[in-house]
Every structure is written in structure tokens, then in C-alpha cells.
Design a protein around this ligand. Structure first.
Ligand code: GLP
Length: 273
């Protein structure tokens, strides 16, 4: 099997709420051990439960986010924070404003740079990320295997850049606003290579609709066809946290395994079959 000799971790938990708690634990642990941690979070629907858990923990004083640096994972080109389809706005309203992040701690992508300066601006953003990589990258899995907006075709070495969105991704994004808001054709995204430098990567996957793309992500040979598969190159720095529905097509789950995050009532797999 393709996953032999790989040593990332797969945690399969009962439901999305267990995934949200586990994801929040990664964030808590990171911030407790490094109060000035550099972190990126995904947008989309998958992390919304985690946003609520983190807001509750911050409200109870269990996590102090006052020293962290938040880097944006992806954003539509030309969109401002005032636009309804802004992913920065999504993150700010959904999480950052609720956990006490102040504007100077938040680093939006430079998507309003002039057209001929966009690529240089993206490269400059990549350079702003601390040397040695992010302390934590929390990611979601796109229906076509994208991470951030690294669409199929993205290489493992890709850096923060402008990318043309696939029609499928634009349709997916449009659905968040019930088709009422047009989605730009271009986005800026942290690159796969940029993300692979993170000290810890947590990929969140929930629901039956993601079962097949998660299977391709972890059980097929790594390839640009499924950019999320490149995350396996991170080895022990990668943890995939899935609910049972998303994991329902994984042969490794059905082959029986034991793991390290079993105290949440879930199974884990250490990547060695
Ligand atoms: C979106 C974002 C990703 C996100 C992914 C999954 O379009 N660009 O950052 O992780 O697609 O979204 P969802 O969680 O809604 O399935």
C-alpha cells in the first residue's frame, strides 16, 4: 500500500464536534507552548465548530491569543475586507474577533496589489512568514483535493502565489453565499511548499462528501492531482483529524489499528500499515 513507511498520524473521531475539540487542542497546545506562535487557519465550513470551541476557551481565559501572529491561508484576488466574499473577513468574523486578535496580529494576503505587482506581493508575503515555517497550519480539504487554494496541478514546492480557480472551486465557494455573490477567477494562496515547512500541520476532514477525496489523499500515490496528498511529505508533523463519515472509505481504518489519540473515543493510525 502507498502509505507504507509513512509516519503521519490519522485520528478518526466520532463526529464533527469531536474533530472540532481535537483541532482546538492542537491550537491550545501550540499557543500554550509558544505564546507568539505563527498560525494559519482555514475558512470554509469545516472549521466553524473549532472556531466556536476556541472562542469559548478564550472567553474562559484558557488560551491567551494576545501574542500570536495570524497568517492568511488564501483569499480572492481584488477582494477587500469589506467585501462579503472576503475570506479574511470570514476568518475575522468567525474566529479572530472572538478570540481577541488585534489588527496588528493579523496578516491578510496582499490581494489588492496592482495586477502586474501581484506575484511580487505574493512572494513578499511568503517571505514574511517566519523562517523555519509556521508553528501551526490548520487546513481544510477541498472537494477536489485542494488545500488553501492549491488547486490540482500544484506542486509540492509551490510557494505563496496567484492561482486560477477551477470552475468546481468557484461553484463550491459560491454556494457559501447561495450563489448570490460572484467569486473571482483568481485567488492568492499560501503554497504547498510554504505549508509543508510548518512545524505542525493539522488537516480537518468531516462528512461523507469528503470520504472519496480523503481516500485519494491518503491511499493513492502522492501527486499534484490531489494537492493535499503532498502533506504526507511532512511525516510526523502531519495529523489528519477526520470524523467517521469522512474516514468511511479508508481501507486502513477497516484493517484494524490502534493509535495515539484514542482517549477521545476515536481510533488513530500512525501511517504505518
Ligand atoms: C475552501 C477554502 C479552503 C477550505 C476548503 C474546504 O474553498 N479555500 O481553505 O479548507 O475549501 O471547505 P469546506 O470546509 O467548506 O469544505
Amino acid at each position: 500500500m502507498a502509505i507504507e513507511r509513512e509516519n503521519w498520524t490519522l485520528a478518526v473521531l466520532h463526529d464533527p464536534s469531536a474533530v472540532s475539540e481535537a483541532a482546538s487542542d492542537f491550537v491550545s497546545t501550540t499557543v500554550l507552548s509558544k505564546p507568539d506562535a505563527a498560525i494559519t487557519f482555514p475558512t470554509g465550513s469545516t472549521p466553524l465548530g473549532m472556531f466556536d470551541v476556541l472562542a469559548a476557551r478564550a472567553g474562559r481565559g484558557e488560551i491567551d491569543f494576545s501574542g500570536v501572529e495570524i497568517f492568511c491561508l488564501d483569499e480572492y484576488v481584488g477582494v477587500t475586507a469589506e467585501d462579503p466574499n472576503s475570506l479574511s473577513r470570514w476568518l475575522w468574523n468567525g474566529l479572530l474577533s472572538r478570540i481577541g486578535i488585534r489588527p496588528h496580529q493579523f496578516h491578510p494576503l496582499p490581494v489588492t496589489a496592482d495586477g502586474d505587482e501581484l506575484e511580487a506581493a505574493a512572494a513578499g508575503y511568503d517571505q514574511m512568514i517566519p523562517r523555519g515555517g509556521l508553528d501551526l497550519a490548520v487546513l481544510g480539504l477541498g472537494p477536489n483535493g485542494h488545500i488553501g487554494y492549491n488547486e490540482p496541478g500544484s506542486s509540492a514546492e509551490s510557494r505563496t502565489r496567484v492561482i486560477a480557480l477551477t470552475p468546481e472551486s468557484r461553484t463550491q465557494a459560491s454556494a457559501y453565499w447561495e450563489g448570490a455573490i460572484p467569486i473571482p477567477e483568481l485567488a492568492m494562496t499560501m503554497g504547498v511548499g510554504t505549508l509543508l515547512e510548518a512545524k505542525q500541520i493539522v488537516l480537518l476532514v468531516t462528512g461523507f462528501a469528503k470520504a472519496e477525496i480523503l481516500r485519494r489523499t491518503v491511499e493513492e500515490p502522492m501527486s499534484a492531482d490531489v494537492p493535499a496528498s503532498w502533506l504526507r511529505l511532512a511525516g510526523p508533523r502531519l495529523t489528519i483529524v477526520a470524523d467517521e463519515a469522512a474516514a468511511s472509505r479508508l481501507s486502513i481504518v477497516h484493517s484494524g489499528f490502534q493509535g495515539r489519540v484514542a482517549d477521545r473515543g476515536g481510533d488513530t493510525h500512525d501511517g504505518r500499515s
